[in-house]
Ligand binder design. Structure first.
Ligand SMILES: Nc1ncnc2c1ncn2[C@@H]1O[C@H](COP(=O)(O)OP(=O)(O)OP(=O)(O)O)[C@@H](O)[C@H]1O
Length: 256
């Protein structure tokens, strides 16, 4: 049993079969990547894991427990956090405030709890702030902690987006193209942070990325989707030499 088990997940949108009986397992503590051509179903699969989409059939198990019908915020509270492909931060709020909001599913005393609960809420706020400060430190965002996110460079905004997910202290971190649109230096930085999260926090990471150099360097295991079907699963070496993957996606230049 993996930390996450995908069992025969099928997802249909009208006549389109976005995922077709896909099964795989993600092992605890690994970097697991989903690759495949445009429209292969990668983001759909991530949405089935985060709870944004509910599979038409099949199931999603987190530590052996069926979470197929749980809403996204319940999954986030369980420890499955996601950074979006298109940045979804509050541009007018500071880095610190965006990260604090990222933790709201963990807060017991709601934002509206006042009166009798004020003391408790305040204590909780201090605790949350401490965790958020740790993330700011970890991702080296100290110099922009009070800056409105909308004024930051694209690469930094992406880092804040990862930070917001990380502020949840997730057991599984879902990263949908964290390097899309980045220059080489920004990509190298992001790759380093992903490795640090994996090594220091032991977080299981599920990654979608089109840069094959990054995928082959970072991944422990790779699943390949094509037209909604799982066509291969294996280590980077196995995937690079899989004739079906080369034909459907990689082309000859990535053969290792
Ligand atoms: N909300 C939706 N409504 C209708 N069709 C959808 C929806 N989301 C995805 N699809 C379709 O499902 C298929 C898989 O799309 P998906 O976005 O999961 O692929 P992808 O592998 O992530 O692609 P890309 O690499 O371009 O991001 C596509 O045919 C897409 O058009």
């Amino acid at each position: 049993m993996g930390i996450l088990d995908i069992k025969s997940v099928t997802l249909r949108f009208g006549g389109v079969v976005a995922l077709d009986h896909v099964s795989f397992e993600v092992k605890e503590g690994e970097i697991f990547s989903l690759i495949g051509p445009n429209g292969a179903g990668k983001t759909s699969m991530l949405n089935c894991i985060s709870g944004l989409y509910r599979p038409t059939s099949g199931s999603v198990l987190f530590k052996g427990e069926d979470i197929t019908n749980l809403k996204p915020h319940k999954r986030a509270a369980l420890g499955i956090a996601r950074a979006f492909q298109n940045i979804e931060l509050f541009p007018h709020l500071s880095v610190l405030d965006n990260l604090m909001l990222g933790r709201h599913v963990r807060m017991k005393t709601g934002v509206l709890a006042g009166g009798l609960y004020w003391g408790k809420a305040q204590k909780e706020e201090v605790e949350h702030r401490k965790k958020v400060e740790e993330v700011i430190d970890f991702l080296e965002l100290e110099h922009v902690r009070n800056t409105p996110v909308g004024t930051l460079s694209y690469g930094l905004q992406k880092r804040v987006e990862v930070g917001r997910a990380l502020a949840l202290e997730p057991e599984i971190l879902l990263l949908d193209e964290p390097m899309a649109g980045m220059n080489n230096e920004e990509k190298e930085d992001m790759a380093r942070y992903i490795i640090d999260i994996h090594e220091e926090k032991k977080t299981t990471i599920i990654l979608i990325e089109h840069d094959m150099g990054v995928i082959m360097d970072l991944s422990n295991h790779i699943a390949v989707l094509d037209f909604g079907k799982l066509i291969a699963y294996g280590t980077p070496k196995e995937i690079q030499n899989n004739p079906r993957v080369i034909e459907a996606y990689l082309g000859e230049e990535h053969v290792g």
